[in-house]
Ligand binder design. Sequence first.
Ligand SMILES: [Cu+2]
Length: 131
Amino acid sequence: MKRIIMTLTTIVLLLVVGLANAKDYEITKKSGDYTVQIKIDKNPPVTGENKMDIAIKDTAGKNVTDAAVAVDYGMPAMPGMGAMNYKINADLKGDRYLATINFSMAGPWFINIKITRGGKSQSVKLNVDVK
Ligand SMILES: [Cu+2]
């Protein structure tokens, strides 16, 4: 009986850990008047394509849908590799901005999300460890 309980506990624990790992990468950051929620469909992000989903809210909690959103991402120079920099635009779909990021190698990458609205720009920076 005790062994069955132990086995069941182990299975439940493994399931919980598995579900936690399956969750999207998600982070919320403040930038000026905006609250920016960033999701990546892989956690941790992986080499190759990763879908990024950005939601921007104003101080009233309303979704901002009239901004131009660009995503700069790259990796500083390392031995045997020059600095890498990429820039893509995130396109509005519904009330979220979507972009596909292509990480060309594993390791530490920076991501800089630039939000331009009404002639003013603000940035949100984050760092990810790509597997
Ligand atoms: Cu590198």
